[in-house]
Every structure is written in C-alpha cells, then in structure tokens.
Design a protein around this ligand. Structure first.
Ligand code: CAO
Length: 540
C-alpha cells in the first residue's frame, strides 16, 4: 500500500514554505517518524517525520522548492510486513471478509480506513509467554505512533508495547493480569490512510455499532461517530516537533525533566535517541552552576588596594604564556581534588653510572630527567590509571593506549610543557636527545603547537634549582604529575651503620577522583625502586 506524504499545517496564516533539504532518497527504507524533509517557513524550520515505515517510492520536490500546505511531496510504500501477515493469516483481525461489512471510505478523494492488528512482540530468547501488567489505553482512544499501549511483564523485564501506527483503538483483546503468548494479537487500531492507490487487502472497518469480531471470540461495539468516520483526509499538523525524536523518546525526556529541544541528537540527521537524552541529563547533573550571589561575592577577586599609597609601583601586562598558565592552573586547581604524596629514591648507583658515562662518552650527558622519562613511561604501562583522563559528563575513564610524557621546562617567558611522544618506545639515548632538543626549542620560543599537546602525564623537575619536595598541580586533563626535587647526599642507616647515600626526593600529585592513595603509593614506590635497581625494568 502506498502512503502519500503531505506538507503539514505549519501555523496560522502560513500557506507556503520552502523545502530547505530533502533528507531521503527514492528506494530508501524509512522508519516511522524518521525525518524526510526539512521545511522552512517564515516562522521556523521543522522536519517532516515519516507517518509510516516503508520504502520511499517517489519524491515530488527538490531542495529549495516552494510548496503549499497540504501538497503531496512523497509516496512511501508501507512496510510490507504487516500486510503480508494480514494476507497470509486469515485468523487475524484484519482478515474479516470484506464482503461482510462494507469498508468506510473516508472521502471521495482518497482516504481509506484500515485496521492494524497489534501483537505481542518477541521479548527475548526462550520467552514464550508474558503477563499483561497493565492495559494503558481504552477502546475509542486516539493514539500516536509509538505511544505505549500495554505494559508487559516477562521473566526478564517489564516493557511497554508501543503503537505501531497512529489511529483509534478499535478493540482490546486482553485485560490486566492476563497471560499472553508471543505473537498473540492483543489489539486493533483503525488508521486513516490517505492514498490514491488501492489498499491491499482492505481491512474491514465495520459501520455503525457493528460488533468487531476477532477469531479469538472477542467482540467490541464500534461507534462510527468517532474520528474513524471522518469524511475528509486530514492534513497532519506538526505539533511543535522542531527536533527529530520518536514519541517514546520525547515521553522519556519529559518524564525525567529534560527539554528535548536542548538535546543533541547523534542519530541520522540529528535524530535523538534515549541514550542522547540520558547523556544530556548526566551533563546537566554534572554541570557547574554559577555560584549564588553570596558565594560569588566571596569568590570574586576583590578590588586591589591602591599600592602607590605605600610606594612606587609599575603595572605590566601579562604575556600570553603567563595568562594561559594562570587560566590552566586555576581550572585544574578548581576541578581536580588534589592529593600529593612523597617518597625518595636512593640513586647513588645511578649517579655513579651517570658520571662514568659522562667521562667515557665525549660530553654525552644523561640527566636524571632523561632517566626518569624512561622509568615513568614503563610505570604508566604498569599502572594505566595514571595514563588516563576522566570524562565527567559520560562518567567514564579514558584509558590511553599511547604514552606521551610532558616535561615542564622553565623558560624566560614562563612555564612550558613540551611533550615527548611514545616515550615508552624509545631508548634512553633518544629520550635524552629529544628532551634536550625540546627544552632548547622551548627556551628559544621555537616550539610548534603540536609539540605542546597530547601529553598523558607530566614530569616536573625542580631539583636543578635546589628545591626538595613540593606539591605540583596536575596538568589537566591528565590525572597525575611527578615532581622531582634536588638529589642530595644524606646519611642512611644501613647494615648497622650510617652510610652516605644520594637520595632523590619524589612528589606525586594526583586526581583523587580516579587514583587512590594506595595506587599512588604503589606507583611512586615502583618508580623509586626502578631508579634504585634499573634491572627491575627488564622484569616485566
Ligand atoms: N637532583 C639533582 N641534580 C639534578 C636534578 C635533581 N633532581 N635535576 C637535574 N639535576 C642536575 C642535572 O643532573 C645536571 O647536572 P650535571 O650538569 O651534573 O649533569 C644539572 O642539574 C642541570 O640539569 P638540567 O636542568 O640542565 O637538565 P635536566 O634534564 O635534568 O632538566 C629540565 C631539564 C627541562 C627539566 C630543566 O632544565 C628545567 O627546566 N627544570 C625546571 C622545571 C620547572 O620549571 N618546573 C616547575 C613547573 S611547576 O611551576
């Protein structure tokens, strides 16, 4: 059966509109409510949803064309499944012999009345029966496509049975609490299809107070005075559906208090799914709201006093690096619940090796930072949480399968963090060379943007400047940062004696939303032990 699609009423006094986009092609299979066209009137742009499921047979308009309200713009061959069932199963409600009751012809033009049976769908593997927990509609009630008709309870879940078509409920063959089998016909809906083509097979709609009979012995009087008997094919009206979404999705959004118009649809042509609504709701829940006036007052930066009253001052504008650092640090500090833990590594042997290497190899320098790059990259493989990010809106943890380590570099223009890509796949020599090159470029303002992006973890070494322990701020969206202090010779009680050992202070700051104290302790200890006994690196 062919179903014509017409331009709906778009509002009072609107007689014409433009097709801004045809969204489907001839031959395309469409589902009920799928957007077919984008229509632009003086007042709004709306999408025209498919009234039935089926295959697009003809498109009578093109992009940019002006159309009139009520104009036929497409033809859809209605999904053959329902018709096939009706044609092949004489026991269905749609198969009442046409001769028994003359069909109601809605208008001399084209409208036909049809009955669409509603069956219990498959509810899962090995489920053959289910209980009707609630009948949600009444005979004579007008329903929209996908409106919930029944609540069905199986062993596994309670689901709603959506209306396959819009129309008027003609018969209900079940009651609350009744057990039904999969495939059983439970309702009949009368639809009004406006079509110039003959309807096959024409399901019969009884006339005045004719009992509607089903093979299951169910009878229900029909009142021909209701909408079923209307004499003209109505022009469908678009009821504020400015975004594409199925009625069940709209209802779901309404029920959880989400404005569907604010949801970003990820389906074809921006169609909104239930998951889109859920994601939007989650975003709303995790959104940071502007602080109320009182709190704002306390958070607001108070006006500075006039310092010149106490002496000479000079105001200098912040440079870009300083401004960006300020913004970035403030965001990280506000959003991340920071914790910092400390440890130390005995790098006496490593220092001996470093010095011997420097002597042996003509000026080749291996710094503590380069060694740390190698060890940290291995640690990130062993402790993937430290190489992750938190997607708060989606309530997910993003684990990165790459390992790009940033190193904080002190430059004349301020702090920069160039990133060493795939640090886990490089040898000490290469890491050392890349670190030197990037640090030099940073100081010479020669870093490209791509060399400052994509880091998964940061090392900040203030040891060269004499600092011991400190509490670095996590480089968001990363979740942890390693602070390195100045290694110094200190007395250590070992083998019943005090021994001079070269100890390196280590600090780790982390996002406590993802990383627990025990995780951080293990991570830091592993780093320390690898510095003390590098052979451990070869163990995994
Ligand atoms: N303990 C003891 N000595 C250290 C050390 C430490 N933690 N870190 C570096 N050193 C030593 C080096 O071994 C080197 O000594 P030698 O000349 O005897 O080999 C010397 O100090 C200078 O090292 P370096 O700083 O040139 O090289 P590096 O690879 O260790 O560090 C870099 C490179 C870029 C990390 C460093 O130059 C730098 O800029 N650090 C500052 C980072 C920073 O500003 N962090 C703060 C960010 S948050 O505000």
């Amino acid at each position: 059966m062919r179903q014509e699609v017409r331009i709906p009423k778009l509002g009072d006094n609107i007689e014409k509109a433009d097709i801004s986009q045809v969204l489907v092609k001839v031959g395309e299979t469409v589902i009920v409510d799928q957007a077919l066209l984008e229509i632009e009137s003086d007042k709004a742009t709306v999408e025209l949803p498919a009234p039935v499921a089926g295959v697009v047979q003809a498109i009578q308009v093109t992009d940019g064309q002006t159309v009139t309200i009520g104009q036929v713009v497409m033809e859809i061959e209605v999904n053959a499944v329902a018709e096939t069932i009706a044609a092949t199963e004489p026991t269905t409600v749609a198969a009442v012999p046409a001769a028994e009751v003359p069909p109601v012809v809605a208008s001399p033009a084209t409208a036909h009345q049809q009955l669409q049976e509603v069956r219990i769908p498959k509810l899962g593997d090995n489920i053959e029966k289910a209980d009707i927990s609630k009948v949600l509609v009444k005979v004579g009630e007008r329903v929209t496509v996908e409106q919930a008709l029944l609540e069905i309870e199986s062993d596994k879940a309670t689901v709603e049975l959506p209306a396959p078509v819009a129309g008027v409920i003609q018969a209900i063959q079940v009651t609350d609490g009744q057990t039904v089998t999969i495939g059983q016909v439970v309702m009949a809906i009368a639809t009004t299809a406006s079509s110039a083509t003959p309807v096959v097979p024409v399901p019969v709609v009884p006339t005045v107070h004719q009992p509607f009979a089903s093979p299951h012995g169910f009878t229900e009087p029909l009142d021909n005075n209701h909408e079923l008997a209307q004499k003209t094919a109505p022009i469908p009206e678009v009821v504020g559906y400015s975004v594409p979404a199925a009625p069940t999705v709209r209802r779901f959004a309404r029920e959880i208090g989400v404005n569907i118009n604010e949801v970003r649809g990820t389906g074809p042509h921006g169609r909104i799914s239930k998951d889109d609504v859920k994601l939007h709701a989650k975003k709303l829940l995790t959104r940071t709201y502007p602080a109320p006036a009182m709190a704002q007052a306390s958070l607001a930066v108070p006006a500075l006093p006039d310092f010149s009253q106490w002496g000479t001052v000079e105001n200098q504008p912040m440079n870009n690096v300083r401004r960006k650092t300020a913004e970035h640090m403030a965001r990280a500090w506000q959003q991340i619940p920071h914790v910092t833990q400390f440890d130390q590594a005995d790098i006496t042997e490593l220092e001996k090796f470093r010095k011997a290497l420097a002597k042996k190899s003509n000026g080749e320098k291996l710094t503590v930072t380069a060694v740390l790059l190698k060890i940290v990259a291995a640690a990130l493989k062993k402790f993937p949480k430290f190489n992750a990010s938190i997607d708060v809106a989606a309530e997910q943890v993003v684990f990165k399968h790459y390992c790009h380590v940033g190193v904080a570099v002190d430059t004349p223009q301020g702090l920069l963090v160039p990133v060493i890509r795939d640090a886990d796949q490089k040898g000490l020599r290469q890491l050392s060379a890349e670190l030197n090159e990037l640090a030099e470029k940073a100081r010479a303002k020669k870093l490209g943007l791509e060399q400052l992006q994509g880091g998964t973890f940061t090392i900040t070494n203030l040891g060269g400047m004499g600092t011991t322990y400190f509490t670095p701020i996590v480089n968001w969206p990363e979740v942890a940062i390693l602070g390195v202090g100045k290694a110094q010779t200190q007395p250590v009680w070992q083998d019943e004696q005090w021994l001079p050992r070269f100890l390196l202070p280590l600090s780790i700051s982390y996002d406590h939303r993802l990383i627990d104290g025990a995780d951080a302790a293990r991570f830091l200890r592993w780093v320390a032990e690898s510095l003390e006994q590098p052979l451990l690196l070869l163990m995994d």
